[in-house]
Write a protein that binds this ligand. Sequence first.
Ligand SMILES: [Zn+2]
Length: 441
Amino acid sequence: MVLLPKRLTFVFSLIILLLSMALTTQKTPQDFSKQLFDNHEDFKEKTITKRRFKHNDIVPLIENLPFDVQKIGKSFEQRDIYQIKLGSGKIKVLLWSQMHGDEPTATMALMDIFKFFQAKSDSFDALRAKILENCTLYFVPMLNPDGAERYQRRTATDIDMNRDALRFQTPEGQILKKLQEELQPDFSFNLHDKGTKYSAGASGKQATISFLATSYNHEKEWNATRTRAMQVICGMHDALQPFIPGHLGRWNDDHEPRAFGDNIAKWGSSLILIESGGYKDDIEKQFIRKLNFIAILNGLQAISEKSYKKYKLKDYQTIPNNDRYLFDLLIRNAAFVQDGKVTIKDIGINLSEKNINNATDFEYLSVIEDLGDLSTFWGIKEIDAKDLKVSLLSEFPEIIQKYKISEKIAQNTELNLDEAASFVLTKDKEVKYLILNGQIK
Ligand SMILES: [Zn+2]
């Protein structure tokens, strides 16, 4: 061991300290994500604030973009479908959203990304320059405008466009196929929403964002193209993890021969699927829109810098699979009195959305999905009803009057599976919870 004079040791320690400070302050993708998270409001397209917006709402925004904007075709009902091109780099990236009309979260994020690329003279200048120098980006927002008009998954012809990549019967699917053939994109982003009741692994946490490096064959093999998609996903996963720990998942990688993602992967593009799920109380998915904004920009950054190459398959495999362990509302340990006997049951309640007002708004439909021991499940919302009794609304005329409850529900004489969930939880005849149409009042 060499003994150093005291002063030399001090200088060495100082150098090591400065070096480690320099390393930790270096911009990692994660650091950028934090900045994007903090500054998203500056780039938000403020005219869009909820999920049920239509083609008419985004056309003026697209037409006004100072980018290369082209009409690349029309939907079945003659709505224009646009391509927005940015950048001049060698790496071609194709991004499309809302091929399912009721899956609009990424479309909102793309509108924000267009604002992001219009901004300048801020701390993101280097990021923008890097992406646009190295990549050419082709965006197709709202590929299914007829479906968006009705807020439905399918196109106007009632075909699921994402099962039309073999027959090409939808004009919208033909547009996507033509784009893929002409551009031969190196990377593709296939942007969707999924049900809000998927959990991240066997947990009570909603899978808020899920990813998939889509399989190009039934054997789910890993060629170089699919591997690149997987690596970019690992980076996006790491970028989002601090904001939604435990709420990230992986979508099922079974190969679907009729789906566009699977075929575009087969035709040689590194295909990245992003599925926006649910997050507690984010009914209009505005927080999830922000997460999409961060994830997509993080992915583009990684592609432009090729910084994704450090990730391994085992990193990807640590992302939990999507699973089904959630009810919208789970009431545990409620006492049911039937024929004078008490039975303890959990109540699993789910909600679905029904479009109203020309699909500009919605109302909930509730259903009692399951009764009994649901201890292996979780609720997005939960009530512990220990020592509480399930009572019928008909026993509480003042509630019926106050909430203007319909006669049909008010007269309900029992609580049944597969029926709407409206009842009260009581303790010694005192109302502790009122559940109306599956929601806690
Ligand atoms: Zn979809």
